[in-house]
Design a protein around this ligand. Structure first.
Ligand code: SF4
Length: 210
């Protein structure tokens, strides 16, 4: 999704406001740009603090998210909340979203075309929030946001950067629910994420790189 300079590539910003979050949200909630919308209950926008300069991005809403209209509220979201609280990150103080905003049928992985269709909304979220750090949650987000050739098992806990944008991928909490032996690695990653948040806060309102 990003070129090596950290700019969004190939995504048309047409139709999505990228300077007003509430307008973006209203417009996104009416989106019918791809066929996923016909099979889900509602568009699930990201949520959280749009001024904290850190975004967590997963692949797409699941069944609970589709019912409630909020990201990461099902079992995986509850595990994520527990991890946040273990490292003293307040969920309301970060921004969390997904690449596609509509639930793929049967919770399948979204296709590249579906992610491309939804990318203008994510690109507008990113333009508004101007994150210094993005945490891709899981393999799909890692591949789409950072590099298609990377594997999450090797890339997690490692820093990647494109221009001034830094990425620190970690496992998707749904993966951790299925592979509890991997939680120890996620724990390490979230300690790094916590450090990054402290650094971002220390640099607040400065133009310095992370
Ligand atoms: S997944 Fe994204 S592009 Fe497709 S209909 Fe939903 S909001 Fe629109």
């Amino acid at each position: 999704m990003f070129n090596e300079q950290g700019k969004v590539k190939q995504v048309s910003m047409i139709n999505y406001p990228d300077d007003n979050y509430e307008e973006l949200k209203m417009k996104a909630q009416k989106c019918e740009r791809c066929h996923l919308r016909a099979k889900c209950r509602q568009v699930v926008m990201g949520e959280g603090n749009t001024r904290r300069k850190i975004m967590f991005i997963g692949e797409g809403p699941g069944g609970d998210e589709d019912r409630q209209g909020r990201p990461f509220v099902g079992r995986a979201g509850q595990l994520l909340n527990k991890i946040f609280s273990a490292v003293n990150i307040k969920r309301e103080n970060i921004y969390i979203s997904n690449i596609v905003k509509c639930r793929p049928p049967d919770n399948r992985v979204p296709t590249w075309d579906e992610m491309d269709a939804c990318a203008p909304i994510l690109a507008a979220e990113i333009k508004i929030i101007e994150p210094k750090v993005i945490v891709p949650l899981g393999s799909t987000a890692l591949k789409y946001l950072v590099d298609d050739n990377l594997a999450i098992t090797r890339a997690r806990g490692q820093w990647y950067n494109k221009g001034k944008l830094y990425f620190l991928p970690t496992f998707h909490p749904a993966y951790l629910l299925r592979n509890s032996n991997m939680k120890k690695y996620a724990w390490r990653d979230f300690k790094l994420i916590k450090k990054a948040i402290k650094r971002i806060d220390a640099l607040k309102s400065s133009e310095k790189d992370l």
